[in-house]
Design a protein around this ligand. Sequence first.
Ligand code: C2E
Ligand code: CA
Ligand code: CA
Length: 567
Amino acid sequence: MPDYKEKSGFKRHILIVEDDMINREILGNILNRDYTCHFAENGRQALDSLQQREFICSLILLDLMMPVMDGFQFMDEIKADDRLSSIPVIVMTSETDAEVKSIRTGAADFITKPYDMPEVILARCERIIELQEDKSIIHAAEKDQLTGLYTKDFFAEYIRQIEQYSPDEKKDILVLNIDHFHLINELYGRRQGDDVLVCIADLLTKLFDDSQDIGCRTEADYFYIYCHSGTDYETVLHSLLDGLAAAIPSTHVRLRMGIYPEVDKALVAENWIDRAKTACDRIRGDYSRHISYYNNEFYERSKYHEKLINDMDDAIASKDLIVYYQPKYAIQGEEPTLRSAEALIRWKHPELGMISPGDFIPLFESNGLIQKLDRYVWAEAARQVGEWKRTYGVSVPVSVNVSRMDIYYPKLRDDFKALLQANGLETNELMLEITESAYADNADQLVNVVENLRKDGFMIEMDDFGSGYSSLNMLTTIPIDALKMDMKFIRNMQKDEKSMKLVELILDIASFLQVPVIAEGVETEEQVQLLKERGCDIIQGYYFSRPVPPAEFIPFIEKEVARRAAQ
Ligand code: C2E
Ligand code: CA
Ligand code: CA
């Protein structure tokens, strides 16, 4: 077994309480090499220094006969003090009935005077400290030191034990979390934060007082309760909030609850705990709800998301993520001509099948993975444009989607320039689509980035125009090269007068700004005609083609090559 002193690599502190100076000297000399020694001449002095917490005391060597406060009284005092009662004491005595006396005081061991061999004293000190530390490790692992509730591992273990006795009883798991707990710590200090935690633990202990109800605290501010089904959680929540407000009125605490009701006994306790937490985390930041119940559908969805997140890197490496291309046609001439294409990502997942970007783009936007994915798409698209250019001698510019998060990526311009260079492209062959809503986020920074990109020669299309955010005012300050009209206008154009008017208005605005309009989501001949009559320049939609894999895009290029040759 490894030496625990070597293991932890620091000198522990021993307090020697002895009125005889010579004895203090002798003990000090024996212990000095391995320990930091502190001295007190009587019980009173020793108690003062312990209570002032000048050092973390691992062991007390105690003489019994001393003036002012003797060893017995000192022992009574420290046993009554919660913070000191766990420090082990070795009693030093010269009397014959030493053993009985020491045990009576509650000492862990005893040493007889005159002192034994130094090795014996050292060995006893070492053994007692080790025993005590092992004991507190066990204790620490079972119970949370601050609140006295179980730790998560033991919580699950005790649930299993209770389940053995009452496997058929309906049970719930409740989880409670404090909103912005770190703010409480920052604003009011950690001690206040601790007070809040202890207060919640005490309230929970009172509220769930059945012998089969158990609780745990973990990850600072998560509390779990395993209890009988049918508890009225609204009432529990209000009792907690009232109790907190009464006990700690200076701190405003907001609580969130997740409940996994009538746990599925086919699953293990850890799963129950996860499900309650999933429900609780779902309403994080949703100020209209305080209590959330777990349901299967939600859980499946979060598992699905987790899988997508885990699988993204592999999907890029194995090219399960494929860039599709959808053509954009210029329609104002006699016949439509291929103008460019939009790169749209598709995921051919080996287990889940074809996944549409609507499922994973918002997910990756919410956790930052979108930057990696987009860079992959840009590189693929640039490579593809270069390849088509070399093979067919025509340039089909491709626009790529740029997420709002990409805009804050400092090397955005450098990356795009590097892609052009690597693939032998001109700046007008790789275009950027930036969604309208990104413009509202941080207009100044966006304008700055877009201006610089345009200075480099890149073309910027404002995507989803009309979907919500931009004001006319913003439009005049934002430099763009094309407006992509949001699909919903096209969809409703023939249904209601208002949408048609809006289409006309957007076309007017664009003509005022002298930029072309790209109509997205155009599916019918009729829509094409209506748009053409009103001066719309470019059309993208199922009418011409769905987004297709690169090989299926080739006929569009060949047709364009043939058309040009015939001119
Ligand atoms: P978006 O950029 O507005 O792309 C247009 C969407 O409309 C595409 O959906 C396209 O397939 C669909 N669409 C095109 N024509 C028609 C039509 O005639 N009728 C109908 N009903 N739909 C049509 P998709 O490919 O599912 O992409 C959805 C969204 O996902 C995109 O909207 C874009 O915001 C995002 N997205 C796709 N690929 C990427 C990417 O590589 N990076 C980023 N950041 N976002 C992407
Ligand atoms: Ca787009
Ligand atoms: Ca769009």
